[in-house]
Design a protein around this ligand. Structure first.
Ligand code: ASP
Ligand code: MG
Length: 407
């Protein structure tokens, strides 16, 4: 039997008790004949704890040193898990990102993996060891320690599976898989047996927190089969796979929401070429990611320009926009942080009409006003007043998924 990459998240290694359970689970898989590379995150809460230590010293901590600090959380976790495996009589070896040589670019705090040297891992596997690799961290070409961004251990695992050509990448977490909606909001949400990479990317970018988005992009690029499943309940989870024809029958695979955006509106901007560039150029220069944009020209030669940015960046974005106001000759700017983005996602939309119309009708019936709309080939998102988020999720889930589900 071939190679399996398994990833255990922070809650799976939260306590020594759980680390011992995880070690037992790994040992069983090994006894069943698999070669195993195991990726672990820091114990739950540890990365936040380390971050707050850095912030006690400095408001904006130096990025290089911050990555050295944050990477230590995963170092503790790999060591403890390897100890637990050895205690069970299972040979194991922990490896940090720089020891493997998981090479990244030098963007501290959000580094991208460029290459993984498989030599040490393969040697260790050959010796019969379980290789326990620290997630979330890498090393740049000048040997500086880097981290991949919050939740980055998912990306470490998928990237290792890709570079090692593993049979599959199992992501063990505290939920049983990917659901049609957040079960905390929609109690009849169902676990999906399969979901396409593209749908998962859309869900991850519209509020679903099951997988870090870059890991899914990586999985898609290298066609890595990913199995999201529970550490604590031994049942099949959700497989991320390539889209196939049978998926078209399902109009909507999932409904998601995101309350982490804020909306800015520039009022009565002159309707002329080059203006959008003048507004969005400086925002891009500040590395602020703009999500939705709408512009509506009116008869009098002016237009309102509305867009959304991550809530955490809205003050920065506002300051930038205020600076450009005189130059673009706008009448003013409005900010709204009390918004939510609600999305429906499904590859079936590619081949079926009417999903948008139905979505708007369902929301209209509940008296929920739509403030912005954006679409992709397989997703429709609307911005609404945050207070209607849960209601919108429930009525949309009922209307599109209901009791059918598609497990
Ligand atoms: N420990 C890191 C974090 O908390 C990476 C991860 O959990 O995947 O973001
Ligand atoms: Mg995590």
């Amino acid at each position: 039997m071939g190679l399996l990459v398994q990833k255990y998240g922070g809650t799976s290694v939260q306590t020594i008790e759980r680390i011992k359970q995880v070690a037992e689970k790994i040992r069983r898989a090994k006894v069943a004949g698999r070669d195993l590379v195991v990726v672990v995150s820091a114990m739950a809460g540890e990365t936040n704890r380390l971050l707050s230590l850095a912030h006690e010293i400095s408001e904006i901590p130096d990025e290089r040193e911050k990555d050295v600090l944050l990477a230590s959380g995963e170092q503790v976790a790999v060591a403890l898990l390897s100890l637990a495996l050895k205690e069970l009589g299972q040979p194991a070896r922990s490896l940090l990102g720089h020891q493997v040589r998981i090479e990244t670019d030098n963007a501290y705090g959000k580094a991208c993996i460029r290459n993984i040297d498989s030599t040490k891992i393969l040697q260790s596997l050959k010796a019969g060891e379980v290789v326990v690799v620290a997630g979330f961290q890498g090393v740049d070409e000048d040997d500086n320690i880097t981290t991949l961004g919050r939740g980055g251990s998912d990306t470490s695992a998928v990237a290792l599976a890709a570079f090692l050509n593993a049979d599959a990448c199992e992501i063990y977490t505290d939920v049983e898989g990917v659901f049609t909606a957040d079960p905390g909001i929609c109690t009849d949400a169902k676990k999906l047996a399969r979901i396409s990479y593209e749908e998962m990317i859309e869900l991850a970018s519209s509020g679903s927190k099951v997988l870090e988005i870059r890991s899914v992009e990586f999985a898609k690029k290298f066609s890595v089969p990913v199995h999201v499943r529970s550490t604590f309940v031994d049942v099949e989870g959700t497989w991320l796979v390539k889209e196939d024809a049978s998926m078209d029958d399902v109009l909507v695979s999932g409904v998601s929401c995101d309350k982490n955006e804020a909306k800015l509106t520039l009022l009565r901007v002159p309707d002329r070429p080059g203006l959008a560039a003048q507004v969005f150029g400086p925002i891009a220069d500040a590395h602020i990611v703009v999500d939705m944009i709408i512009q509506n020209a009116s008869d009098d030669g002016t237009t309102d320009l509305t867009f959304t940015v991550p809530k955490a960046d809205h003050k920065k974005a506002l300051a930038i926009v205020e600076k450009t106001l005189p130059a673009v000759n706008a009448q003013g700017v409005k900010v709204d942080t009390d918004i939510a983005k609600v999305s429906v996602v499904g590859v079936g939309m590619r081949t079926h009409a009417g999903v948008a119309a139905k979505m708007f009708e369902v929301l209209g019936r509940e008296g929920i006003n739509i403030e912005m709309i954006s679409t992709s080939e397989i997703k429709i998102s609307v911005v609404i007043d945050a207070k209607y988020t849960e209601l919108a999720m429930r009525v949309l889930h009922d209307a599109f998924i209901g009791n059918q589900g598609n497990v």
